[in-house]
Design a protein around this ligand. Structure first.
Ligand code: 8X3
Length: 262
């Protein structure tokens, strides 16, 4: 039996990790963890003050971070951002989210469109823009944060489920198309994760509706739980491609089978 290969420490040309949606939740937790793992993290999000504060915190902890305000749905801005990099080791596509939980019969087309824009087109924009730099690194990793909503539907999931399925397809197709280049494509599909903003955004700031999502669930996943899975997959040796990692809290057996304690 051979010894398991050591996790790959980020090496010179592939040290930069770009994280989208880094202003809160899974994105922020991932930024902290990848920085602690030795990456120079580049935090992007629309909210400049938040990512600047996080970059400061990470730098104060002795790691390396910079902040760059960016809306991933703005292609011109994304292209401009990408010109700053000759090589990028890791891109974590985390920006996105859900809007509404209406049935298909009454869902708002504007919500559907916006979810497609942020989750799918946003991921497409920055992945296309950084692919040359990821390839140039000689050892690139694209992470796509999809969701268990990208692998099965649920009532009221509608537009979010559709967008997440599209993100899953983007990751799968890209993996097929770039095989043979030094870039791997990893999809992380989390189930119920309790963050400060996900459910609140989904329900337009309605705290009661947001709280109901997690009601009685003993331990939903945390942003740190998901960031750990991301960091683990990214730090595997280069030849190891974790295609898809589905992670749920123990209390959630499927998108629709959730144990709630009353
Ligand atoms: C979040 C999971 O169950 O809210 O991506 O769709 S769920």
């Amino acid at each position: 039996m051979t010894a398991p290969s050591a996790p790959s420490a980020p090496s010179a040309p592939s040290r930069i990790a770009v994280i989208t949606g880094a202003s809160s939740g899974i994105g922020a937790a991932t930024a902290r963890q990848l920085a602690a793992a030795g990456y120079r993290v580049v935090l992007t999000a629309r909210r400049k003050d938040r990512i600047e504060a996080l970059a400061e915190e990470i730098n104060a902890a002795g790691h390396q971070a910079t902040a760059y305000a960016l809306d991933v749905t703005d292609r011109a801005a994304v292209d401009e951002f990408a010109t700053a990099f000759k090589t990028v080791g890791v891109l974590v596509n985390n920006a996105g989210g859900a809007l509404g939980a209406d049935p298909v019969a009454t869902g708002d087309p504007a919500d559907w469109r916006q979810m497609y824009e942020t989750n799918v087109i946003g991921t497409l924009n920055i992945t296309q823009a950084l692919l040359p730099a990821l390839t140039a690194s000689g050892d690139g990793t694209v992470v796509v944060l999809s969701s268990t909503a990208g692998h099965g539907t649920y009532e009221g999931g509608g537009g979010y489920v559709a967008a997440k399925h599209a993100e899953h397809v983007l990751a799968e197709t890209l993996r097929l198309e770039i095989v043979g280049t030094p870039v791997r494509v990893i999809e992380i599909a989390p189930g119920m994760v309790k963050t400060d903003e996900f459910a609140l955004t989904r329900f337009g700031g309605d705290t009661e509706k947001a709280a109901k999502v997690y009601a009685g669930v003993a331990e939903p996943l945390t942003a740190d739980d998901v960031a750990e899975t991301i960091t683990w997959t990214v730090t595997r040796p280069s030849h190891v491609n974790v295609d898809l990692l589905v992670v749920r809290p123990r209390a959630q057996a499927s998108n629709t089978k959730i144990h709630r304690e009353s």
